[in-house]
Design a binder for this molecule. Structure first.
Ligand code: PLP
Length: 407
C-alpha cells in the first residue's frame, strides 16, 4: 500500500505554509473549520471565471453550465453518502440551516405535549432550533446524560422514549468530547418506537465513511467547510418519504411550481427546499473537496488522525502536570479538549497563539455540556489529515512552557 505522505498533502494547502507571530502556523482548529486545498479554490475560481450565471433559470449556455455543475455535485454527494436518490440531497448554507429546516418544517406536525430526545453533548445548532418550536407549542425536550468518559448513557436513552416521543436528534460525533456515538444502535432503538431520527454529522463527515441506506436515519446533516470544502454550503439528507410530506421551509426562487395570488404550488424535490439563488459556486466546488478526499482516501486520513490522537493524548497525559482531558471514550475522533490546572482556557489559547498554534477555546457552542462538566470552557485541539506528529510535539512543548509559566 502507498505510504501516507503527509508532507505531500500539506503542499496542497498553501495556507499551512504561512507564519503567525513569526512562527510556522500549527493549525489545530479543524473541528471548527478545515483549511482548503488548492483544488477547491481553483474550482471556485473556475466557476467565477467561466460559469457564473444563475442556475435553473436560463436557456443560455453559461446558465446551463452552472446548473450542470451544481447538479453534478448533487449526484456526487448522493454517491458519496450512498443516499437512495438525488431527491434526498438538499443544499443549505450549513448544518445549522439544515437542522433549522427540519425543526421548522418537520416540526410543523408536532403538537402540545410532544417530546424530543436530545443529548447533553449537542452543539447549540441541535438544541436551539428545537427550542424555537416551543414559542408556539408546549414541546418537551428530554436530554440524555453522559458518563465520566463522555459516553452517552444508553440505558437512560432507552428509557426516555414514551408514546409522546416524536423525534430523536443527536450528534454522530461530539465536537467537544470527540465521542463517536453508537448511532446505528440509537437509530434502531428510536425506530423500534416508531420515532424518526436526525443525526448531526458535522464532526463525523470529515472522518468517516457515511452510508445513509445502511444507517437508515431519517435526516443527516453536515457542512462542507469542515470537509476541506468551501464555506456557506451544507447538506441535508432526508428520506424522500418525509421530504415529500414536509412543507417548504422558505419561499421564493426555484422552490415554486406555479405562483398566483390565489395560491402557490411547490417544486419537486429537492428544489422545494432550495428557495432563492443557491451558492452554486460553492456547491460546485464542494465536489472538488469530495474528489480531494477520495484521492487520498478517507480511511487513510482517518487512520493518520487516529495515530495523532493516540500519540498526543499519551504525551499530554504523561508530560503536562495538572492536565484534565474531557472525553476519554475508547471510540473517539481526533478532538482533544482539555484544561490545565485552574488556568482559564482563553489564557492558554492566547499564549498558544503567540507561538503560532491555533486551537479553539471556550464553550464550543455546547454550553449545556460545559454546565454538565462544571467548567467554563476548554482548550480544544483537533486534527485533520494534514497535521503531523511534529505539530503535536510543538503543541506539547508549548503547553509545557505555558504550564510552568502560569505555575
Ligand atoms: N453541529 C456540530 C457537532 C458542529 O461541530 C457544528 C460546528 O462546529 C455545527 C453543528 C454547526 O455547523 P455550521 O456552523 O457549519 O452550520
Amino acid at each position: 500500500m502507498e505510504i501516507y505522505d503527509v508532507e505531500k498533502i500539506r503542499c496542497d494547502f498553501p495556507s499551512l505554509q504561512r507564519e503567525v507571530h513569526g512562527r510556522s502556523l500549527v493549525y489545530l482548529d479543524n473541528a471548527a473549520t478545515s483549511q482548503t486545498p488548492e483544488k477547491v479554490w481553483h474550482g471556485i475560481e473556475e466557476m467565477y471565471l467561466e460559469h457564473k450565471a444563475n442556475v435553473h433559470r436560463g436557456v443560455h449556455t453559461l446558465s446551463q453550465e452552472a446548473t450542470d455543475c451544481q447538479e453534478a455535485t448533487r449526484r456526487r454527494v448522493r454517491e458519496y453518502i450512498n443516499a437512495a436518490s438525488e431527491r434526498e440531497i438538499i443544499f443549505t448554507r450549513g448544518a445549522t440551516e439544515a437542522i433549522n429546516l427540519v425543526a421548522s418544517s418537520f416540526g410543523d406536525r408536532f403538537r402540545d405535549g410532544d417530546e424530543i430526545i436530545l443529548t447533553v453533548m449537542e452543539h447549540h445548532a441541535n438544541i436551539v432550533p428545537w427550542q424555537l418550536l416551543q414559542r408556539h407549542r408546549d414541546i418537551k425536550l428530554r436530554v440524555v446524560d453522559i458518563n465520566d468518559r463522555g459516553e452517552l448513557d444508553m440505558e437512560q436513552y432507552r428509557s426516555l422514549f414514551t408514546e409522546r416521543t416524536v423525534m430523536a436528534a443527536f450528534a454522530h460525533v461530539s465536537n467537544v468530547l470527540g465521542t463517536v456515538n453508537p448511532v446505528e444502535e440509537m437509530i434502531r432503538i428510536a425506530h423500534s418506537h416508531g420515532v424518526p431520527v436526525l443525526v448531526d454529522g458535522c464532526q463525523a463527515s470529515p472522518h468517516m465513511r457515511l452510508d445513509m441506506q445502511a444507517l437508515d436515519c431519517d435526516f443527516y446533516t453536515f457542512s462542507a467547510h469542515k470537509m476541506y470544502g468551501p464555506t456557506g454550503i451544507g447538506v441535508l439528507y432526508g428520506k424522500e418519504r418525509w421530504l415529500e410530506e414536509m412543507p417548504p421551509y422558505q419561499g421564493g426562487g426555484e422552490m415554486i411550481g406555479h405562483v398566483s395570488f390565489e395560491g402557490t404550488t411547490y417544486a419537486e424535490l429537492p428544489f422545494k427546499f432550495e428557495a432563492g439563488t443557491p451558492d452554486f459556486v460553492g456547491i460546485a466546488a464542494f465536489s472538488d473537496a469530495l474528489d480531494y478526499i477520495d484521492s487520498i482516501g478517507l480511511e487513510r486520513m482517518a487512520a493518520h488522525e487516529a495515530d495523532l490522537l493516540r500519540y498526543t493524548t499519551a504525551r499530554l497525559t504523561a508530560e503536562i502536570p495538572g492536565i484534565r482531558i474531557f472525553g476519554t471514550a475508547p471510540h473517539k475522533s481526533a478532538v482533544i479538549s482539555f484544561l490545565i490546572g485552574d488556568e482559564h482556557p482563553y489564557d492558554v489559547g492566547m499564549l498558544l497563539d503567540t507561538q503560532g498554534i491555533a486551537v479553539r477555546t471556550g464553550h464550543h457552542c455546547a454550553q449545556p455540556l460545559m454546565e454538565r462538566l462544571g467548567i467554563p470552557g476548554t482548550v480544544r485541539a483537533s486534527f485533520a489529515a494534514y497535521n503531523t506528529r511534529r505539530e503535536a510535539d510543538l503543541l506539547i512543548e508549548a503547553l509545557k512552557r505555558i504550564a510552568s509559566m502560569l505555575g
